[in-house]
Design a protein around this ligand. Structure first.
Ligand code: SAH
Ligand code: SF4
Length: 425
């Protein structure tokens, strides 16, 4: 989501006449987009800001701005902590960038907007998209769920959905520009409701985007388990353009912990959703987010998370040590787990998952799979990489003319995180 916000801001600046540069030393304006979800991300920004002018060799007079959730949370305090910052823009205020940057250009030393004004939130931005084949499309912003560990409802504001006609017109525009794949974005993406009432549900929206001529793949992230219904699976089953991949964050395998996290579902309720996803006619790849060391998490709770992972056998996971965030409900919980213990649990969990992924990826060897060729392989820049509809990465050797095209490859080898293949056609 942050990545896509950067694309919106970059596009806005380009329309204002700015030219992007890879070299900070050339920049007249340097903007840092920030994350506030975990403490570590926050610390990184302040330490980077401290030495920005020296380490990036910024031009004298170059202006510095801070965007994103950290800007939203810290607000004017940023000017005190980092006096070299000229501009602070919160995560709901990007549509005001032209006015705000103009003020900075006029020499106003400290310009700030951290309002959560909603009127212009979903304005259609000129976007500078990084990938020429895959595009993000925001369909909703914010969150009303207030999970006990999470800053998002504070940093991104309340849940607000974008009108379906705006979503569809952006998707049609992307198709006409040659994009093959669209990723629908939202904090709880499946809680989307059409403010104009034209489209009945998130599942219907998914179908409507997939039916746009020229769009070959549609993905979405992240759905919340409580709003995940069989209708979404039906659309995946029946509309081939909707990728057979679901990222369904669970956070913990223990109902007791889930309750304290205020996640609104039990282990069993989550597993019921997994069950209908697994019973789908197309094999749907599943991934998740997990937090270890939430306050009060016992060894037994932790083992329940491992047993849930064993039961679901995810294709991939994002896992995190719990990070206390000021302002959230869990911040005042007194039964914190020591850092070292959180680290131990995270290592065990990641090793457990590595084995599951290795076993799961073995089944693809010898199979012929269709991929969208997306870029150079990270393993060997002479090779290319593409993704299957299940979001599996396949590295293979082939001509660069395949970039942005669909190709068929046969899987020859595997590792926990990717597959190796050979080009068939
Ligand atoms: N809306 C999504 C999650 C968005 S935040 C959902 O409800 O599933 C992305 C992930 O960051 C979360 O799924 C969670 O695993 C992790 N996360 C959020 N707050 C955290 C915290 N305080 N400490 C550690 N991980 C956190
Ligand atoms: Fe945060 Fe997701 Fe919970 Fe909303 S639903 S509070 S974004 S973890």
């Amino acid at each position: 989501m942050n990545h896509h916000d950067s694309e919106k801001v970059a596009g806005t600046l380009i329309t204002m006449g700015y030219i992007p540069t890879e070299n900070p030393a050339e920049a007249d304006l340097l903007l840092l987009n920030t994350c506030n979800i975990r403490e570590k991300a926050n610390q990184k920004v302040f330490s980077r800001l401290g030495s920005l002018h020296e380490s990036y060799r910024l031009k004298p007079g170059a202006k510095v701005g801070l965007l994103g959730c950290m800007a939203q949370m810290e607000g004017p305090k940023i000017f005190q902590k980092a006096p070299n910052v000229n501009l602070v823009v919160g995560s709901s205020s990007y549509s005001f960038i032209p006015e705000l940057v103009a003020k900075v250009e006029q020499g106003v030393p400290q310009v700030i907007d951290v309002s959560q004004d909603t009127d212009r939130l979903f304005e259609t931005y000129t976007q500078s998209r990084e990938n020429p084949y895959k595009a993000y499309v925001t369909i909703m912003e914010g969150c009303n769920r207030f999970c006990a560990f999470c800053v998002v409802p504070y940093t991104r504001g309340p849940e607000r959905s974008r009108r379906s006609e705006h979503i569809l017109s952006e998707a049609r525009q992307l198709a006409s520009e040659g994009y093959q794949e669209i990723m629908l974005l939202g904090q709880t993406v499946n809680s989307w409701k059409d403010p104009a009432g034209g489209i009945a549900s998130f599942a219907d929206l998914l179908k409507r985007v997939a039916e746009i001529e020229g769009i070959h793949r549609v993905r979405f992230t992240s759905p919340h388990p409580s709003d995940f219904n069989p209708e979404i699976v039906e659309v995946i089953e029946n509309v081939p353009q909707v990728c057979n991949q679901v990222h369904l964050p669970v956070q913990s395998g223990s109902t007791r912990v889930l309750k304290r996290m205020k996640r609104d579902y039990s282990r069993e309720e989550y597993l019921r959703r997994v069950d209908f996803i697994k019973k789908a006619k197309r094999e749907i790849a599943l991934s998740t987010d997990i937090i270890v060391g939430f306050p009060g998490e016992t060894q037994m709770d932790f083992e329940e998370t491992l047993s849930l992972m064993q039961e679901v056998r995810y294709d991939s996971i994002f896992s995190f040590k719990y990070s206390p965030r000021p302002g959230t409900e869990a911040y005042s919980f007194e039964d914190a787990i020591p850092e070292q213990e959180k680290g131990r649990r995270l290592m065990i969990l990641q090793e457990f998952q590595r084995k599951i992924q290795l076993e799961r990826n073995a089944r693809f060897v010898g199979k012929e799979l269709e991929i969208l060729v997306e870029g150079k392989s990270q393993r060997d820049s002479k090779d290319l990489m593409g993704r299957t509809t299940q979001n599996k990465i396949i590295n293979f050797s082939g001509p660069p003319t395949l970039l942005g095209k669909f190709a068929n490859v046969r899987v020859t080898n595997f590792s926990p995180n990717s597959l190796q293949g050979e080009l068939i056609s």
